[in-house]
Design a protein around this ligand. Structure first.
Ligand code: NBP
Length: 482
């Protein structure tokens, strides 16, 4: 019997996706560059399944039903291009190549277009949920050549995570590299959520002086609030995990955070598109700052830095912290969706924002109850520009405001770094201010560079230049936005 799909790449993601597909009744043909790993897989975890091994790419292709579907689960970058080159002579028009790795979406744009010319349909799909997600139900975000979707849909929707009401956490995102773009923003939001939680933990530990048991109990309580999410779940487990000597393992872990680039790409795209994605970008910078360990150790001594303990009722502070965390999280998602909207409009992708929220509802690292509310917000008003203005989220932001200000102000007062909760609040303060001091910036720009300005008492689009010193000329610079 011929295979329904071929999967190339037998590392953690590939192996688990193949086992998941097999569980759902699909015949999968497996291949890996280091071919001995195919045998190890078939003799190991895949023993007794219907999974078929391939000894070469030609062997893999010959074992597939038409139109052939070949999924790459390999390292992103040149490796994907190299496999495409090797596959092309073996495939026929109408066959489908799927890239399930964390590719940068401009690469996917390029690949979709160049393969379309050759009659091959290319899909770039985000797959989130790590090892466990891949095995038992990931969030899958496919985009690319729409002709491919009817062929991959039955497999992807069968193996994906499901919401409580049984909806698949997988739907067609849109054309070009939109699937990988959405996955990139997902990862950016993941950076933001992780940094927010780590700031809450820092405030509890250094500010309030809580024990690990107390911190764990607090996160446990938060699981039954709107904060309920996978990342809060695992944080609760991590705080309770003891090393061999009975001490919390988390305190023995070096405080330098790694990164593989998707958070950085999200920030770069936000800058390119002119979207104030402050929280996610701060979370990337927080990881960069964490990696300057030696410098931080020296600077702590140099500045004789201490963090003063927070005075007052701990229970009240923890309640305030919960609101600060929730409100900041709303801002992070609101900014993430602003970026997705801008990219969608810029690239003519016509993305469905509610459907993106649904895809993240289960299976992925940022899965949370809260995403259902985002989906509802877009169902009520698909045109919403800022999620915080949806009535449900607006009420939470307004209700959280006093506690949120209290936490951020206290952190600044005691010297505890809190970049994302602070930037989220500052963003909202800016977003809700009708008149910002940017008039001063425009005056300065015109003063030193004749960059011109618009007047509030004249039609928008009319530009003026003033000879501020009386010694400058009347010639203005060209007016454009960089
Ligand atoms: P890796 O990202 O570690 O990639 C391993 C695979 O790439 C193996 O099949 C390996 O073959 C192949 N490969 C490498 Br590395 N260099 C190669 C080369 N020069 N030529 C041919 N093949 C090469 O695996 P992963 O962690 O399973 O991730 C797969 C994809 O999914 C990546 O794009 C990753 O970013 C993405 N992703 C990962 C996760 C996660 O939690 N790990 C989550 C979501 C998405 P070999 O066995 O012969 O070395």
């Amino acid at each position: 019997m011929k295979g329904d799909i071929g999967v190339i790449g037998l590392a953690v993601m590939g192996q688990n996706l193949i086992l998941n597909m097999n569980d759902h009744g699909f015949n999968v043909v497996a291949f890996n560059r280091t071919v001995s790993k195919v045998d190890d897989f078939l003799e190991g975890v895949a023993k007794g399944t219907n999974i078929i091994g391939a000894s070469s790419l030609a062997d893999l292709v010959s074992k597939l039903k038409m139109p052939r579907k070949v999924m790459l689960m390999v390292r992103a970058g040149d490796v994907v291009d190299a496999f495409i080159e090797q596959l092309l002579p073996l495939l026929d028009k109408g066959d489908i190549i799927i890239d399930g790795g964390n590719s940068n979406y401009p690469d996917t744009n390029r690949r979709v277009a160049s393969l379309q010319e050759k009659g091959i349909y290319y899909v770039g799909t985000g797959v989130s949920g790590g090892e466990e997600g891949a095995r038992f139900g990931p969030s899958i975000m496919p985009g690319g050549a729409p002709q491919a979707w009817p062929h991959v849909k039955p497999i992807f929707q069968a193996i994906s995570a499901k919401t409580e009401s049984g909806e698949a956490c997988c739907d067609w995102v849109g054309k070009d590299g939109s699937g990988h773009f959405v996955k990139m923003v997902h990862n950016g939001i993941e950076y933001g959520d992780m940094q927010l939680i780590s700031e809450a933990y820092h405030f509890m530990k250094e500010g309030l002086g809580l024990s690990h048991d107390e911190m764990q109990a607090t996160f446990e309580e938060w699981k039954s609030t709107q904060l309920d999410s996978y990342l809060i779940d695992i944080t609760t487990d991590i705080l309770g995990y003891k090393d061999d000597d009975g001490e919390p393992l988390v305190e023995k872990i070096l405080d330098t955070a790694g990164q593989k680039g998707t958070g950085k790409w999200t920030g770069i795209n936000a800058l390119d598109l002119g979207i104030p994605l402050t929280l996610i970008t701060e979370s990337v910078f927080a990881r960069c700052l964490s990696s300057l360990k030696e410098q931080r150790v020296a600077a702590e001594k140099l500045f004789e830095k201490t963090i003063a303990p927070v005075q007052g009722e701990k229970k009240e502070w923890l309640e305030a912290l919960k609101y600060a965390l929730l409100a900041s999280k709303i801002i992070s998602y609101a900014q993430g969706f602003m970026l997705i909207r801008e990219a969608s409009e810029d690239n003519d992708w016509a993305l469905n924002y509610g459907s993106v929220a649904l895809m993240w509802r289960g299976g992925c690292i940022i899965r949370s109850a809260f995403l259902s509310n985002i989906r509802d917000a877009y169902a009520n008003n698909p045109e919403i520009k800022f999620l915080g203005s949806d009535p449900y989220f607006k009420d939470i932001l307004v209700e959280s405001m006093p506690a949120w200000r209290k936490i951020v102000a206290k952190a600044i007062e005691i010297g505890l770094p809190m970049p994302t909760m602070t930037s989220a609040l500052t963003f909202l303060d800016g977003y809700t201010t009708a008149r910002l001091p940017a008039n001063m910036i425009q005056a300065q720009r015109d003063y030193f560079g004749a960059h011109t300005y618009q007047r509030i008492d004249q039609p928008q689009g009319d530009f003026f230049h003033t000879n501020w010193t009386g010694t400058g000329g009347d010639t203005a610079s060209t007016t454009y936005d960089a």
